[in-house]
Ligand binder design. Structure first.
Ligand SMILES: [Mg+2]
Length: 226
């Protein structure tokens, strides 16, 4: 990850982009591919095959990430999880280069930072598939091997993203994510939050702005674009 000298540009606006299901469409079905692998991993870790789906979703709800439930309750080998779940995904054949996305991101006047709950290898791989991997100053990611690692929507994950990027003031921070919980916490933290989702949020107060695809970003925040 590129770290910048925080004294250089602490007040310059910065845009934090989620990666999965935000920079590419949920229609690609990556989520389903990931879930199938997580369930398979769960079964191999000893979860009952009839309740594995419910157990995984309760881990996701309780811990923000299913892998954290696996770590806390089953003491799994994180490297094996990464290999089985992320490493095995056929991303290169599913996620294609997105020139419109690239041009949109390039025309933002703010600093650009990726902020994901995925591991670093997966994050880099997705950005490369989309051909936008050279457009971000850095990536704040989850290191599943680190005990009690922070992940969205925990407040400390947002604080970590600011620390790593050198952003000093929540008021210069912008954020796009497909998760209502994640944008809700970003908004509560003081960032300008954009929900990227086909459906409108049930609670309109959970986000500042809503767009259906990330490509629509200039429509809701024209002041950030050249
Ligand atoms: Mg996402």
């Amino acid at each position: 990850m590129t770290m910048i000298d925080s004294e250089d540009s602490p007040d310059k606006p910065i845009f934090f982009f989620d990666i999965d299901n935000c920079l590419y469409s949920t229609d690609l079905g990556i989520d389903q591919l990931i879930k199938a692998r997580i369930y398979e991993f769960g079964k191999e870790a000893g979860l009952d095959s009839t309740t594995v789906i419910d157990t995984c979703s309760s881990y996701y709800k309780d811990y923000g990430l299913t892998v954290r439930g696996f770590i806390n309750h089953h003491g799994i080998d994180v490297a094996a999880f990464n290999k089985k779940v992320d490493g095995d995904l056929p991303l290169e054949s599913v996620i294609k280069p997105d020139l419109a996305l690239r041009n949109m991101i390039l025309s933002i006047k703010t600093r650009r930072w990726a902020f994901t709950n995925a591991g670093i290898d997966h994050a880099r791989r997705v950005l490369k598939c989309l051909q936008v991997d050279d457009l971000f100053e850095g990536i704040t990611y989850c290191d599943y091997a680190e005990p009690n690692f922070p992940c969205k929507p925990e407040r400390r994950a947002y604080e970590k993203a600011m620390k790593e990027s050198g952003a000093k003031d929540v008021q210069v921070c912008y954020f796009a994510d497909d998760s209502v919980a994640n944008v809700k916490e970003a908004k509560a933290f003081g960032w300008m939050a954009v929900l990227v989702s086909k459906e409108k949020p049930r609670d309109s107060t959970s986000t500042d702005l809503h767009i259906k695809t990330i490509h629509e970003l200039p429509l809701v925040l024209p002041q950030l674009f050249i």
